[in-house]
Design a protein around this ligand. Sequence first.
Ligand SMILES: Cc1cc2nc3c(=O)[nH]c(=O)nc-3n(C[C@H](O)[C@H](O)[C@H](O)COP(=O)(O)O)c2cc1C
Length: 345
Amino acid sequence: MVYKPYVLEGVSMLLAEPLSLGTITLRNRLVMPPMAVKKGDDGTITPRVMNYYEERVKDGVFGLVITEHCYVSSTGQASPGQLSLSRDSDIEGLSQLVAMIHGCGMPVFAQINHAGGKSLLTGGASTSPAPSPRNFLTTPGDPVVSHAMTQEEIDQVIDDFAAAARRAKQAGYDGVEIHSAHEYLLNEFYSPITNQRDDAYTGSTLEGRIRLHCQIIQAVREAVGKDYPMSLRLGALDYAEGSSTIEDAVQACQRFEQEGVDMLSISGGLCGYRKPDAKGEGYFGEESQAVKQAVSIPVLLTGGVRTKEGAEQLLAEGKADLIGVGRPVFKSGSWAPEEFADLLK
Ligand SMILES: Cc1cc2nc3c(=O)[nH]c(=O)nc-3n(C[C@H](O)[C@H](O)[C@H](O)COP(=O)(O)O)c2cc1C
């Protein structure tokens, strides 16, 4: 779907500039990033989920909405109430959500995820799937021990991501985002702290740590076709001993671009969406800027942005091409239309 570019008359604002993203054009640079509402019923949309999104998108302030992470298989569910894209029967409910957001004039991406070592133990499992054995806490906070995934399990996950992306497209989503941040499965393969493997996915080389990402990108591309926008959210650094480095993030993102990703979203790794000890607007800005300078696809920066001026400054400094605003939007549907009133149609 092509959205009509929108330019504010007489107002020079980087945030208000349209942006081409694969086959679609975003009306402005403000993004509602994925945030789990956890109000689904057995993975399906409920009226509470619809109401949550409707309250936040009805004013049409965002250039792009990315809905919360959906699990690609029941073995990779992060929390009760999380939405699913693991079954064809999920398509119908999500298509209603997409139609509602389109009705408010905005394109919308689905985020697809496997929770890896942090997965809930479902179907009688006693351990969670991860690159290597390790103690994890699930998102609700329960301790869980992981096992090293077999090649068969890895192949299944690749298929599951591809099938979930295909379902997202069938539900009418304008694009799909692969989640590789916040200590979930792909982040666990990427981080040398959680990846202790010594096979083709070895944790001792960047090539090994992003092998699964590249396989998933290729499988998703095959499932959705060459023109369908695809984003990848990277938990660039863990900010802990043995963490991946900024050079790793840059090289990984260059590789993801070569593999056919259309957009990169920069966030935290094993540390989650907060950067330890960092405050201020755009606290992953150093990382997103390094990536932006090394790739030619749009880069999204999210974390700590609380003002229109702050967002504008981050764009002016070349920290990113798009700015996400999370928690204030999660808390209130009226915050973004008030703070970013200049962007309203
Ligand atoms: C309640 C909540 C749920 C979140 N769920 C997700 C998610 O599903 N996927 C994801 O990539 N990030 C998720 N995040 C992280 C946000 O996308 C964002 O990166 C984070 O809130 C930092 O940005 P902020 O400082 O503007 O809030 C979540 C954050 C919150 C507060």
